[in-house]
Design a protein around this ligand. Structure first.
Ligand code: GLU
Length: 299
């Protein structure tokens, strides 16, 4: 197997400490496997994209010494591939058009909640639109035992999710004519031949959906590793939306050491140069050795 990993930032602001942790983890895992590390700019969510931030993120990664092995892929250039994938799913009968408005879904979920059943899209449009115009396309999730998706996360251990009771039929093409993250990420990772996905644990909840979608499209399922998310003093995930500050590009080693500490890496017993790293190369050598040890990788 040739290892191919990736970091897939959304250009919604400059790189912050939380996204640095995900970038570093995926970079170290690729290095520890002597594999390739790729970059994908997830710029298809028009309303959330901040002009210039993609270039800013790429420049920061470069400044921090994380170089990609292939030119970055921009999701905005790949719309035709997402259409093809949706057409394939239509032809194979995996998707259906949905005419529900947000309010209709919220109301029916409220009723379901009152009856103490689990929260999921109730499948209103599964058997037809009932005269409503099509707004979105949804993937039909399986019923019964087939709805249970299990995977072994390399950091978090065994994970199980019941797509029927915990998620419901999920959207691939949104009512606002945008591609849903779930479809784009699966198509892009498959086309890039990604073998290992390393990212923040906030995306763990999406993984079962992505695995099921891979099965519907007939593409391989990569290995997954979800690193603990960085939280602020209120216990919220650090994000551009809640004011995470941009990284100080003049002090990459400071930020990288803090990110390594967040990942529980003991750099003192990882590298020959001990815990003080004068250069980025020294830091990465020690951090890769510490990551390999922590992940029990034979390298
Ligand atoms: N673009 C997503 C984010 O920034 C990451 C997607 C992924 O790694 O699968 O949260």
């Amino acid at each position: 197997m040739t290892y191919r990993g990736r970091f897939a930032p959304s250009p919604t602001g400059p790189l912050h400490f939380g996204s640095l942790v995900s970038a570093l983890a995926s970079w170290l895992d690729a290095r520890a496997h002597r594999g390739a590390w790729l970059l994908r700019v997830e710029d298809i969510d028009g309303p959330r994209t901040v002009p210039g931030s993609a270039q800013d993120i790429l420049a920061t990664l470069e400044r921090f010494g994380m170089r990609t092995d292939e030119p970055p892929v921009w999701q905005s250039t790949r719309m035709a591939r997402y259409s093809q994938a949706l057409e394939q799913l239509k032809a194979d009968g995996f998707v259906y058009p949905c005419g529900c408005t947000r309010k209709e879904i919220a109301d029916s979920l409220l009723h379901a909640h009152a009856r103490n059943t689990t929260l999921a899209y109730p499948g209103t449009c599964r058997n037809g639109l009932h005269g409503k115009p099509a707004r979105a396309w949804r993937l039909r999730v399986p019923d019964g035992d087939a709805a249970v998706i299990t995977f072994e996360d390399r950091w978090q251990g065994k994970q199980t999710q019941n797509l029927a009771t915990e998620v419901g039929d999920f959207v691939l093409r949104r009512a606002d004519d945008q591609w849903a993250y779930q479809l784009a990420v699966v198509v892009d990772d498959a086309d890039a031949g990604i073998t290992h996905i390393v990212r923040g644990a906030d995306l763990m909840d999406s993984t079962a959906r992505q695995i099921y979608l891979q099965q519907c499209l007939g593409v391989p399922t990569p290995r997954y590793l979800h690193v603990p998310v960085v939280t602020n003093e209120h216990g919220e995930k650090l994000s551009k939306q809640n004011g995470a500050t941009a990284l100080d590009c003049d002090k990459p080693l400071e930020a990288l050491n803090a990110a390594a500490t967040h990942l529980g890496l003991n750099l003192a017993d990882g590298g020959a140069s001990g815990s003080v790293h004068a250069t980025l190369d020294d830091f990465y050598a020690a951090a890769t050795a510490a990551w390999s040890k922590k992940m029990r990788l034979a390298v």
